[in-house]
Each structure stands twice: as C-alpha cells, then as structure tokens.
Design a protein around this ligand. Structure first.
Ligand code: ATP
Ligand code: IP8
Length: 245
C-alpha cells in the first residue's frame, strides 16, 4: 500500500524562530512512520528554514540583486533542514534517498522519473519544499504541498497524509479561537486567515491541494503530527483528524 506523507514545517521546526529544528518532535513522528508500512514517499515542509528568509528576500518574486542572494541562502538552509531529518531517518534504519527539487524542477519542466526508479528499487524517496527558477525573470517557491500533489499524480497512492501541528482542519483557526470546531469530514465551510509567516499560502491553500490530491489518492488525511500515535488509527472511526475519502 503506497503512502505519501507530508511532514509539516510546523512540526519539524518552530516556525517563529529562524532555523529552529524541533528534534524531539521529529524523532517522535519519524519513529511512528513504520506503522504505515514500507512503501512510503516522504515530503517535508520548510518551516522557519524556508519561509522567514523567503519573505525577507522577496521570493517568490522578480529576479533582482536581493532575491539572487536569498535564493542560494534559502536553498542551503533547506538542505540543512533535510540533513537534520535525514539523520533521524538514518537512526530509524530507513533506506531512503533525498531528491532536492532543484534536481527535477526548472521553469515549467518537471521530471519525476528518479522518484519512480528509486521507489521501485526499494528506496523511500524524500523531498522538500524549496526555491526554484520559475522563469527568466522570476524565482518561485515550490511548496512541499505542491510536491505532494505532483507525486500523488505519479504514484496514485492509497493514502496521502498531511501531518501538521493541529488536529485537522477547523471551521476557524484553533490557535486563535478556543471554540473552533474540527471538521472531520469537510462537509461545511471553513475560514482561513492568510498566514503572517508562510509564503506558500498557509492552511487555506493546503485544503485546496488536499481536495485536488483526492483525485489521485483513495484517502487524504490531515492529522496532528505532534500526536503521531494517531497514525495507527487511520482506519478507525475514532480517528481525530480531517479525512477526505
Ligand atoms: P508547512 O506548510 O510550512 O510545511 P504545515 O504543513 O505544518 O507547515 P501550516 O501551513 O503551518 O502547515 O498550517 C497549519 C497552521 O494553520 C496551524 O498551525 C494553524 O494555526 C493554522 N490554521 C489557520 N486556520 C486554520 C483552520 N481553519 N484549521 C486548522 N488550522 C488553521
Ligand atoms: O513549507 C516551502 O515549503 P512548505 C519551502 O511546504 C520554502 O510550504 C523554501 C519556503
């Protein structure tokens, strides 16, 4: 059973502090991934290794002196975050390969063949949100969520699981409103304030992507990666989270 997992930047980093890696929470969630079986594809977000400097250097946006400087810095920070995650994957005995977006995305070109080949050779492909060259005049940010969508089209997985720092999608931001209600099945409207930190659209964009991903996956989940034991309950009616089936 193929599963694509997105490890949210809000679990693996403290999104309010530049380059703060949350080692303990990442170890906890990675140690639970084995309950999902062997056929995994892993994507991680940028958190405070990506979004803070992206905003500062005007990426996404036009190519100019400032964004040129920021491009390599952000890419280097993302490689650093990927190295932190990779060390934890190594300690959990994963046979994986990290494939940075710069190796397969340039302008309008996307080339995911390495994912398929490594996956078929028994590796867990790992990738992450990063900067990319969008056109001759523009730099972009390719978010982890968009990578999940592209990969879902290629792998048509049974399950796609977004792990974030909230219990699921609520009718409004649960961090700001104590009376926010969890939308387990997404059968009503929700409101989303744009994120002050994220350059890739925050939770509203995530929900749009989840709905699009559902065209290629049997089930799409958003669950709390800070409570990774919930990964064992995916098929249970008692699962706390948002599911699109
Ligand atoms: P990244 O995109 O950096 O990888 P992530 O995948 O963990 O991070 P975020 O984009 O940070 O996800 O989205 C999760 C955040 O969205 C939560 O911390 C929460 O505060 C915020 N949020 C805003 N509105 C809502 C809502 N209606 N329901 C759930 N979360 C919401
Ligand atoms: O955190 C964005 O990926 P996301 C990565 O998955 C950068 O949205 C570099 C900001």
């Amino acid at each position: 059973m193929t599963t694509i997992v997105k490890l949210g930047g809000s679990i693996i980093t403290d999104k309010t502090e530049y380059r703060r890696f949350m080692k303990h929470d990442t170890e906890k969630v990675v140690s639970m991934l084995s309950s999902l079986g062997d056929d995994l594809v892993l994507v991680h977000g940028g958190g405070s290794y990506g979004h803070i400097k992206a905003r500062e250097y005007g990426i996404p946006g036009p190519i100019n002196e400032r964004s040129r400087k920021g491009f390599s810095l952000i890419h280097c920070d993302m490689l650093g975050l990927n190295a932190e995650v990779s060390e934890i994957l190594i300690s959990n005995d994963y046979r994986f390969i990290s494939l940075p977006p710069a190796g397969f995305i340039f302008g309008r070109t996307r080339s995911y063949s390495a994912f398929r080949k490594y996956f078929e050779s028994g590796f867990m492909p790992v990738t992450f949100g990063d900067v990319y060259v969008k056109s001759d005049t523009e730099y972009g940010i390719y978010s982890g969520d968009t990578l999940v969508y592209d990969l879902a089209r290629i792998f048509t997985p049974e399950r796609v699981i977004f792990l974030s720092d909230v219990d699921g999608i609520f009718n409004r931001n649960p961090k700001l409103y104590s009376d926010a209600r969890l939308l387990s099945r997404l059968d009503e409207d929700a409101t989303f304030q744009p994120s002050a930190i994220d350059v890739t659209g925050g939770i509203g964009r995530k929900l749009e992507i989840m709905k699009k991903v559902r065209r290629y996956a049997k089930s799409v989940y958003l669950i709390n990666g800070l409570k990774p034991e919930r990964l064992r309950m995916l098929d249970s009616p008692d699962l706390i989270g948002t599911v699109i089936k």
